[in-house]
Write a protein that binds this ligand. Structure first.
Ligand SMILES: [Zn+2]
Length: 352
């Protein structure tokens, strides 16, 4: 079967703001700003929300088609250690409340994990526990119920299989062509996108899911919640919410919240828009569905005056935190989270 694999040209994703800057100068600048204190968090009137997706051992991360969406447990331990030293770490609901009530005694930071991958429980939870800190996990309830791979992962794994089978035909599409195709496909109606994904999977010879992939189940979510972590909604089926009609939109938002509450996972105040996509209609629907906070994938920090239904986040990646010598660098991380690094406004993630 012929695979329709559109090439949309080079994507701007992932962002590479230092493309034209020599790594030595970049590291020196980060170190200078860090040592001078300019990029160390100090403000008590800001809420930093950081985004993680997968936490995978190095061998699995090497297999994962979107390594920029994954950190190793060792890297997560570095990030959590940095956050503990410089911030008060808390869940999203508590962090927002502390911010608006002006009760912060240290800079506030919330760690969020999108998509509810099983690896969050297997590899992130032990790191969080050993550091004594809490996080917020966003769950797509139907995907969790059915242990269903999210569509961008289905495309990624199938495309990876195609590349391995016919590198001369597909290798040039990695990684930018795949990212651009995903970016385009997320705007399509669900039925068209599903048909496209199925065609790619079929061309790749069927399911290409590795044994380590899977979504977290409700028993494990209850254990996370019982340990103090916050469980939030990521819709039911992870659609692009602005493309849903009114009925589907409310079903995705209300249905997911009701399911999480029925499973004993708390009052569920928080929502993460799938792919970060939202508009005024989606934000109003989120409020009607009973949420009080919703996060996007727009890069930035929040103040008490931020729109609680369009909270901004900072996605955390290993590659953008490495110094030129290959080690994870607090100075580079501090620069990215400071708001002083150029080029980090707008959408941080195209999908997820
Ligand atoms: Zn997602």
């Amino acid at each position: 079967m012929q695979c329709w694999w559109p090439s949309f040209g080079r994507s701007s994703y992932p962002p590479n703001v230092f493309r034209f800057t020599k790594p030595i100068a970049r590291d020196a600048l980060a170190e200078l700003l860090w040592r001078s204190g300019l990029t160390r968090p100090r403000r008590l009137d800001k809420l930093t929300i950081v985004t993680f997706h997968r936490v995978l051992p190095a061998s699995a991360r090497d297999e994962y088609p979107f390594p920029e969406l994954a950190v190793t447990p060792e890297a997560l331990d570095f990030f959590v250690g940095h956050f503990r030293r410089h911030y008060e770490l808390t869940t999203l609901s508590r962090g927002w409340r502390t911010l608006v009530e002006q009760r912060a005694t240290r800079p506030l930071l919330c760690m969020t994990f999108d998509d509810g991958q099983r690896d969050n429980d297997e590899f992130a939870r032990p790191v969080l526990e050993s550091n004594g800190c809490l996080a917020t996990f966003f769950i797509a309830t139907e995907a969790a119920e059915n242990d269903a791979m999210l569509w961008h992962d289905r495309v990624g794994f199938a495309a990876r299989a195609l590349r391995e089978r016919a590198p001369s035909r597909y290798a040039h599409e990695f990684p930018h062509g795949v990212a651009a195709a995903l970016e385009r496909a997320k705007t399509w109606p669900a039925a068209r996108r599903e048909a496209w994904v199925e065609t790619i999977e079929s061309t790749a010879g069927g399911s290409t899911r590795p044994s380590w992939d899977g979504l977290i189940d409700f028993d494990r979510l209850r254990a996370l919640h019982a340990a103090g972590h916050e469980i939030g909604s990521h819709s039911c089926s992870h659609p692009t919410l602005p493309t849903c009609d009114d009925e589907r939109l409310m079903r995705e938002l209300e249905g997911s919240r009701e399911r999480l509450r029925a499973e004993g996972l708390g009052q569920v105040h928080t929502l993460c828009y799938p792919n970060g996509d939202h508009d005024a209609r989606v934000r109003a629907a989120a409020s009607r569905a009973g949420y009080t906070l919703a996060v996007s994938t727009d890069w930035g920090l929040n103040t008490g005056n931020s729109d609680p239904f369009a909270l901004q986040r900072c996605d955390i990646q290993v590659e953008t935190t490495l110094s030129r010598l290959g080690g994870l660098s607090s100075a580079r991380l501090g620069l990215r989270l400071s708001g002083l690094q150029p080029g980090l406004t707008g959408r941080a993630m195209a999908y997820s």
